[in-house]
Write a protein that binds this ligand. Structure first.
Ligand SMILES: Cc1cc2nc3c(=O)[nH]c(=O)nc-3n(C[C@H](O)[C@H](O)[C@H](O)COP(=O)(O)O)c2cc1C
Ligand code: SF4
Length: 496
């Protein structure tokens, strides 16, 4: 970490955005930082994290299209490790060996070598101080939004139910041939189509076809409860071989495991309906993973303190799940918020829906467009923490979302609302920020502007960078700094 940079060219609008940041009257001195709680050790089951600082999972879209670790992936994590967070969580990594774009994978032994290089780089960069976890994810298929024409002429299945609905809409007899029926559908406006098509087909036309855990008529969905535990366990075992200190099971946001937990999971095979049923697959997954992960390594999960969507889980459900996970022996409970498909914006034609574009997405990654983006998850997480404590358990709880100052973190820890405080975008904006705080150099921190710049890159699956790095100019190592392929953005902060 060096001193202040010689110059940062602030683009237009930066000052206005900075004005919206949570004011900081006083950054802690090194003594104050030492006397606080954030930089005290935390027991995570068998592991001791050196501090309660945490960088949660963030996908940077830097893997190869085959899901392999690249030098850019290693550089990304190495850079965070130099700031010495207590825990650094590697991005959502697929448990299956299926094409999923530049998202890391752990679905085959060939991924171990790259992951192990990543682990070694992080250990070196943090002098062994940072505990490195990897987030393991499963997701269901989602198709891009088709044109109305393509959907109605090619993808839509014509069945009797559709014909019955069409008959009720028109006084004329329906044409016999499928081609004529499709032409008739094409002539309807969206309002008529909303009545003619089933709700799922209408949604598939407007958003793209999205599988759900409730699609039990599909054999591969019906058998998820039997398949997922061994898939997660096999991927975890590979990550153990790669040298990770722990596994974070991704039970949050819009993906398979969160969908099992969701109150919208109405499966009737014993894995949906009441909470007791919805928690079964996640617990089976945890037990299978715990079985293959040696006792000296940690296993926990990230799940939602509130799904935010209509009919979804609220914090009371999350508190119940938290107690079940703690009772089962998880080593940590990391909480996120929202990030669902159900309220996502309609994507453009040719694009897939993105679960962070609606109200639940804004709760997941709050921005200064909201009147109050700070601490949005704290009250719900505190409720989960209290429920775990009341059940006589001490499983550590991690809070995240709109937390980017020392004062916020200390207040949360002092009042026992959580045991660790995670910062995603502030750590991206300045990967040295934890170190700067520890050294009493808080005034040198590049503060995250809490816009949607990095999230927008994530949405379009572009290499994620921070606008604070991208707009910086005039640094000594400017000319040699690694850039994105188009040469327009820096792959890491240039002031380091
Ligand atoms: C670019 C980007 C990628 C993210 N990828 C993941 C991910 O892979 N897994 C996950 O659980 N959360 C992911 N998140 C959400 C963050 O971990 C975090 O919960 C969210 O940004 C709110 O925290 P913050 O206000 O400190 O940024 C991502 C966030 C960003 C900005
Ligand atoms: S790009 Fe992301 S990390 Fe950087 S300042 Fe904007 S919101 Fe913060």
């Amino acid at each position: 970490m060096t001193g202040s940079p010689p110059n940062v060219v602030a683009p237009r609008g930066f000052d206005r955005r900075r004005e919206k940041l949570l004011p900081v009257q006083h950054w802690p001195t090194a003594e104050e930082a030492r006397a606080g709680k954030w930089f005290t050790p935390l027991q995570l089951g068998p592991l001791t994290a050196a501090t309660r600082t945490w960088v949660p999972a963030m996908v940077p879209w830097r893997a190869t299209d085959d899901g392999l670790v690249t030098p850019e992936v290693i550089a990304w994590y190495e850079r965070f490790a130099r700031g010495r967070p207590g825990v650094l969580v590697v991005e959502a990594t697929g448990i299956r060996d299926v094409p999923s774009g530049p998202l890391l994978r752990a679905g085959d032994d060939r991924f171990i070598e790259g992951l192990s290089k990543l682990v070694q780089a992080v250990k070196r960069a943090s002098d062994g101080e940072t505990k490195l976890f990897i987030q393991l994810i499963d997701f269901l298929s989602i198709k891009r939004r088709p044109t109305k024409d393509a959907f109605l002429t090619r993808f839509l299945r014509i069945d009797d139910a559709l014909k019955t609905r069409l008959r009720s809409l028109t006084p004329n007899p329906l044409p016999e041939g499928e081609g004529e029926l499709r032409s008739l559908l094409l002539s309807l406006d969206d309002e008529a189509l909303s009545k003619a098509l089933s709700p799922r087909d209408f949604e598939a036309m407007r958003f793209g076809l999205r599988e759900r855990v409730t699609d039990t008529h599909l054999p591969h969905i019906a058998e998820l409860p039997q398949k997922l535990p061994s898939l997660f366990a096999a991927a975890s075992e590979r990550c153990v071989r790669a040298g990770f200190d722990g596994i974070e099971l991704h039970f949050a946001h819009a993906y398979t495991m969160a969908s099992f937990l969701s109150a919208l999971n109405t499966r009737t095979d014993g894995f949906g309906g009441p909470r007791e049923n919805r928690v079964k697959v996640p617990l089976d997954v945890f037990r299978a993973v715990r079985n293959v992960v040696p006792k000296h390594l940690a296993v926990g999960c990230r799940f939602l303190a509130d799904e935010i969507i209509e009919g979804g889980n609220r914090s009371t459900d999350a508190a119940w799940f938290g107690v079940e996970f703690a009772k089962a022996g998880m080593d940590f409970l990391s909480l996120s918020r929202g990030g669902k498909f159900e309220d996502a914006k309609q994507p453009k034609i040719g694009a897939a829906a993105y679960p962070y574009t609606g109200p639940s997405g804004h709760e997941c990654m709050p921005t200064t467009r909201m009147p109050q983006p700070w601490n949005r998850n704290v009250a719900a997480v505190a409720e989960i923490k209290r429920a775990v404590l009341n059940a006589g358990l001490s499983t550590p709880v991690v809070v995240c979302g709109g937390i980017a100052t020392w004062q916020q973190a200390e207040e949360i820890l002092r009042t026992n609302e959580a045991d660790a405080v995670a910062s995603a975008r502030q750590s991206l904006a300045d990967p040295d920020w934890f170190l700067k705080l520890r050294l009493g150099r808080g005034q040198e921190i590049r503060r995250c502007l809490f816009t949607s710049y990095c999230e927008g890159l994530d949405q379009s699956h572009e290499v994620v960078t921070c606008q604070l790095w991208d707009r910086a100019k005039g640094f000594p190592d400017d000319a040699t700094a690694a850039r994105t392929e188009d040469g327009r953005r820096y792959l890491a902060p240039v002031w380091s």
